[in-house]
Design a protein around this ligand. Structure first.
Ligand SMILES: Cc1ncc(COP(=O)(O)O)c(C=O)c1O
Length: 378
């Protein structure tokens, strides 16, 4: 089976180890277990004493009850039977496409987004159509374009809300319009950044308002625990859950017992972790916004939510060359627009460690000044 290279993952693999200033990462400043225990006032020795007794069998095949209970609390009216535990959101997306998409089915996916949402269905020979998010629409979906793309063969509409890389957040009224247009077609919404809003409001999930909605999420971004490699599929559609479980048997049997214990524990303390993370996002977004305002060669559309922004630059240089040169000369690691089928821009992750972020921005500015100078000498 042919599948396109996963550009963003390939770029991250090749560049993250040599970065001095990593401002490409999309997780909110990752937690160690010590930090997690300190945030939640827990005695780690007592905690480990308890989990050491656990038998390391397969555990609960479809996900532990405590883990699922914690997930349900993040949604409106969600029940444990609506949830499937997966190997990260990456595993959740893959499993959903593998279970629901047949060759020839039309799948409509927004772009730019995480490449899984279009390249996986393409690899299954689906008829994938792109719904392009444009800066002039603040990177929100064009509803007339969506209407035009829907045919009687349309199986799935793929959204990513909040959006990686643009940080756009679909407001509830537009989400409801999309549901009206979908009119019974399943909507898969990758919600791995859900709730990471500087203004701290509850973010509606697709499953809160649409029975044919499929929410994909994980412990990686919102809870800063990507190393657990745990995520989930949530849907109120029993048929979706049944099909995904059937395919999952061939794929993972169950997720890690220890991973689910840590995830359930983090979810029990969701409020503390989310409050910490929103604080980081608020502060760093403010720093980014003030920085962009002072830049002559960089501009952006301020993100509304999530952990990433697309920064446009005023140089005629392909984005991979720009980012390669930037890292080589200044040690700054960002992700080129070409990983998202865009040019003259790069993605920045602004939710990492504050000092590294500030220093990375300074180096970005230096780089632009030097490029400008070189241009003027030509
Ligand atoms: C939109 C989106 N979906 C899914 C993933 C994969 O996340 P996970 O670590 O949960 O597998 C990412 C990771 O960057 C992402 O940005």
């Amino acid at each position: 089976m042919n599948i396109k290279t996963f550009k963003v993952e390939e770029w991250m693999n090749e560049h993250e180890k040599t970065a001095i200033f990593n401002i490409a990462d999309t997780c909110v400043n990752t937690l160690s277990l010590d930090e997690l225990f300190s945030l939640t006032n827990t005695n780690k020795y007592e905690f480990f004493e308890k989990i050491s007794e656990k038998k390391l069998g397969y555990g609960y095949i479809q996900g532990s009850p405590d883990y699922k209970k914690g997930i349900c609390k993040l949604y409106k009216d969600l029940k444990p039977e609506n949830v499937i535990s997966t190997n990260g959101a990456a595993g959740a997306n893959y499993l959903a496409f593998y279970s629901l998409v047949n060759p020839g089915d039309r799948v409509i996916s927004i772009i730019p987004t995480y490449q899984q949402l279009y390249s996986i269905p393409e690899s299954f020979n689906a008829d994938v159509q792109y719904l392009r998010l444009k800066p002039e629409n603040n990177f929100l979906p064009d509803l007339d374009e969506l209407k035009r793309l829907i045919t009687k063969n349309t199986k799935l509409i793929c959204l990513n809300n909040p959006n990686n890389p643009t940080g756009a957040l679909i407001p509830d009224d537009i989400l409801k319009e999309i549901i009206k247009i979908a009119d019974g077609i399943h909507i898969l919404c990758d919600e791995v950044y859900r709730g990471l809003n500087p203004d701290c409001e509850y973010q509606t999930s697709i499953t809160d308002i649409y029975n044919k909605g499929i929410s994909i999420c994980s412990m990686s971004k919102i809870f800063s625990l990507a190393g657990l490699r745990l995520g989930w599929i949530a849907s109120k559609d029993k048929d979706v859950i049944k099909k995904c479980l059937k395919h999952r048997e061939y794929n993972i049997i169950s997720c890690g017992v220890l991973d689910e214990i840590f995830a359930a524990y983090a979810l029990e303390h969701a409020e503390q972790i989310i409050n910490r993370n929103i604080q980081i996002i608020k502060e760093n977004l403010n720093i980014l916004d003030n920085w962009v305002k002072e830049q002559k060669q960089y501009s952006y559309i301020k993100p509304k939510s999530g952990t990433t922004a697309l920064i446009f630059y005023d140089f005629s240089m392909p984005s991979d060359e720009f980012c390669e040169k930037l890292q080589k000369e200044k040690g700054v690691f960002v992700t080129p627009g070409f990983c998202f089928e865009m040019e003259n821009c790069f993605r920045i992750g602004y939710a990492g460690e504050k000092t590294e972020f500030i220093n990375g921005l300074k180096k970005l500015e230096e780089f632009a000044n030097e490029l400008k100078m070189q241009e003027s000498l030509l």
